[in-house]
Write a protein that binds this ligand. Sequence first.
Ligand code: GDP
Length: 365
Amino acid sequence: KELLDYCSGCGIKLQTTDSNKLGYIPKENASICQRCYKIKHYNEISSITLEEDDFLKILSHVGQTKSLVLNIVDIFDFEGSLITGLRRFVGSNPTIMVVNKVDLLPKNLNLNRILNWVKKQAKEYGVNVVDVVMCSAKKNIGFSRVIEALDKHRKGRDIYVVGATNVGKSTLINRLINDFSDLDEELTTSRYPGTTLDLVKIPLEDGKYIVDTPGIVYTSRMTEIISKRDLQKITPEQSLKPRVYQLNERQTLFFGALARFDFVQGERQSFTCFISNSVYVHRTKLEKADELYENQKGEMLSPPGVEEIQSLPPLTKHAFRIPKSKKLDILISGLGWIKCSNEIGAEVVIHVPKGVKVVLRESMI
Ligand code: GDP
């Protein structure tokens, strides 16, 4: 049996080891990569991934084209899914920020307030955008606003869709394909000069394209360092139900075995956790926390499970002084956030697996 080395669709070298990387085939005797297969047979795109540096390097020429950039971020991990190097990538091209997964926000919120919060945060991070729209690609909420923004800012340009992994880029693009593209034309892949990277191009009615780019991997997100099974547990399925804990100083909360929150000093006060319902929160005394973790990680304190805990990086500490009179969240990238009371002030310590980003920010909600 003859083994084929290169995909007969896009020409990429075939491999059977990593389904997220280019050229993946599930069986050794396939002649077309899984990505091309899906495009060809289902008119459906699927994700491939790159590290940020490689992404910016490979796609740096986009700055020299006349395009519109659609930057998708995840409202559940806003700071974790922001592409901070975006400016270098887009050049003078306009960028629209699409804030996805708004279905996860607690019910009955004022979305305009959230929108203002997003705009302010984006500005603080130096992410320059001409428009911000919020939507849920999965639940089809606010999608018409995405289309309106595209129509308004496109002015005959190609649209480059960029985002960190897992923000819902594929879901959103597949919705665009179903609802708005000219499906008489097949999706095509086009090779980038001088690279092995090929991009999926979705034809629009005016002869321009929506271009899908690889998802950017940020290892500073909890979602990137855990197993697929645990990922399901920490990803909320429905709108978040805030869990409020009244704590005395020297009390600790465990979020499974993935993170730990120590209320080190301050008067009794409430802390509100916005995390998936499937993550078990355990309250204990600070004195007992180290021992409990050693004895119960992967068991009572789960996720992760007993096997997965072995490959979790050791926890490291991040200390914060929460001042009085400011509404602040502590975001644990990918896991969720803890809203602190603004009336009392506190000293807290967050323990997370080494490398996971922890951010103190103005409260979102
Ligand atoms: P990609 O890696 O950026 O291409 O993301 P995917 O489209 O594969 O989506 C990643 C995960 O997020 C999947 O589990 C999707 O079901 C989920 N997802 C995508 N869009 C939404 C959304 O609007 N709301 C919610 N709650 N989940 C979403």
